[in-house]
Ligand binder design. Structure first.
Ligand code: ZN
Length: 500
């Protein structure tokens, strides 16, 4: 992890003016034939051009731009530059604290001539996060300081705390790298940064949110190369595994995975695609965003800016002679309708819906006005999924379940369960990695009749879970096996706590 280069070819600018100068004086320069083109922000003092001309010692052509146009140009121009700077800067990711302590202490860092320390810091944070398998980086400004927290294995932990004056420069630098409007601090924005770290393509989704003490930033790290997901590591077993495999063996139909954000739905869909990806099927996806690159699968990313939403993307890929289509999420009636039509015309359709449990997905599709008879004839299987933290096998400790735990989990009092302790292996957290917990509904003759007749959820659930485990019972089984803790299992069992 010693270098980072932009995924796009870097634009070669032999000479450039520092970002802070460009922003402060409202001027951006770019090569222009033999000389240079200076774009001056509307309302800026043209006297700055004298300074720029002296600096460049070459012919200078000048145009002016509106404030909005200028800000866009500034972001675009320096986004490339920032990534290039990352390439030049040391990026061992090793000593964030050292880099953080080297941040200039000037009251307004934006006016400092050199923002390399901020770029180095941001790159080091991203590199460190990738190395540790972090999914999200939170940059949170408070009156007392700038806090950097990272989420790994679903748990958020503080990583770094810096003086408050560092916040604006770090945040605006991230915004430049993500090509956001740096002048706009009152509305939420989202963008992305594409990086290559040690030859690995890393996509960082950036979102900002105005808060009391400045803009908060969350960076989600999408490691595009982590496509080697197999069913075995998902935690899919027994009935749920059999139901999914059977549905995948069908030539057509709809297979849904449900669960809240961060429950691993996408990972399950990728594992399913991998299973189907035998070189004899045309597999196409529409995703938001493309989280993993899968060799042999045509992946398209939704792009709201050009009107490419899930529905439009799905319509387009259906014209590309697919056998299997995967839609990131069904969240509107149009997408639901096209998914049903695709299934009826002989395609296998995989998607997710945002509901708490498997039976809720059926209700959700009915709410989206899918006709019960169409739903009954196209839906093959619904999986609901959660992730629980896995106990560190090195240091977990056996204890006997007391009254309360036993009652909550339906175990006998005195049953051996396991507790987290913490050791060097698990970074003293007691946990290591996560595993999926599943429930699955197979749409058999009986369930089909219930759906067709508009039957209520409880009847479907009652029939479906006669033999197959529910999320709660699957989680209990993991506690009994010492895979996870009662607390993790209870979190899943208490569905009212899970936001849909
Ligand atoms: Zn341990």
């Amino acid at each position: 992890m010693t270098d980072a280069v932009p995924a796009a070819a870097p634009q070669t600018v032999p000479v450039d003016i520092p970002y802070s100068f460009a922003r402060g004086h409202g001027v951006v320069i770019a090569p222009d034939g033999e000389g240079w083109l200076a774009t001056l922000r509307e309302g800026s003092d043209p006297a700055v051009l004298i300074e720029v001309k002296r600096y460049l010692a070459a012919p200078l052509r000048v145009v002016t731009a509106s404030i909005a146009d200028f800000d866009r140009l500034l972001s675009d121009h320096y986004a490339v530059d920032a990534s290039a700077a990352a390439m030049a800067g040391s990026l061992d990711g090793g000593d964030i604290d050292l880099i953080a302590s080297g941040m200039p202490s000037a009251e307004d860092l934006l006016d400092s001539a050199d923002d390399a320390p901020a770029i180095r810091l941001i790159n080091a944070i991203i590199a460190e996060a990738v190395r540790q398998g972090v999914s999200d980086i939170h940059i949170e400004p408070y009156e007392s300081g700038l806090v950097v927290r990272m989420r790994a294995d679903g748990v958020l932990r503080e990583h770094l705390r810096m003086p408050p004056h560092v916040a604006p420069v770090v945040v605006s630098r991230i915004k430049v790298m993500a090509r956001l409007d740096i002048a706009e601090r009152r509305v939420p924005q989202d963008g992305r940064i594409a990086l290559t770290l040690a030859g690995k393509a890393i996509d960082v989704r950036v979102s900002t949110l105005p808060s009391r003490a400045g803009e908060r930033v969350v960076m989600r790290i999408l490691d595009k190369d982590t496509a080697g997901i197999d069913f075995d590591v998902l935690g899919l077993s027994g009935e749920a595994d059999r139901i999914l495999r059977e549905a995948l063996a069908e030539p057509n139909g709809i297979i849904l995975v449900t669960g809240p954000t961060g429950s691993g739905k996408t990972t399950t869909l990728y594992a399913a695609l991998k299973q189907l990806n035998d070189g004899q099927r045309n597999i196409l996806t529409v995703e938001d965003p493309v989280e993993y690159a899968v060799e042999g699968v045509g992946q398209t990313q939704v792009n709201a800016k050009v009107g490419l939403d899930f529905a439009a993307g799905l319509r387009a890929i259906l014209r590309q002679d697919p056998d299997v289509v995967m839609i990131g999420e069904i969240r509107d009636r149009e997408t639901a309708d096209i998914a049903v039509q695709a299934s009826l015309t002989g395609h296998l359709v995989l998607s997710t819906v945002h509901t708490n449990d498997a039976v809720g997905a059926i209700t959700r599709l009915k709410d989206l006005k899918v006709e019960p008879f169409l739903l009954a004839s196209t839906l093959r299987a619904v999986l609901a999924q959660r992730l629980v933290r896995k106990l560190c096998p090195t240091c977990r400790e056996p204890v006997q379940a007391d009254n309360g735990i036993a009652a909550m989990l339906g175990l006998d009092i005195g049953t051996v369960i396991w507790r987290p302790k913490g050791c060097d292996e698990c970074g003293h957290t007691g946990f290591k990695g996560r595993i999926g917990v599943f429930e699955a509904i197979k749409v058999d003759e009986t369930v089909r009749r219930y759906i067709y007749a508009g039957g209520d959820e409880s009847m479907i659930a009652k029939h479906a879970f006669l033999k197959a485990p529910t999320l709660a019972s699957a989680a209990r089984a993991m506690v009994a096996k010492g895979i996870t803790t009662p607390e993790e299992a209870i979190r899943i069992a208490r569905r009212e706590d899970v936001d849909a």
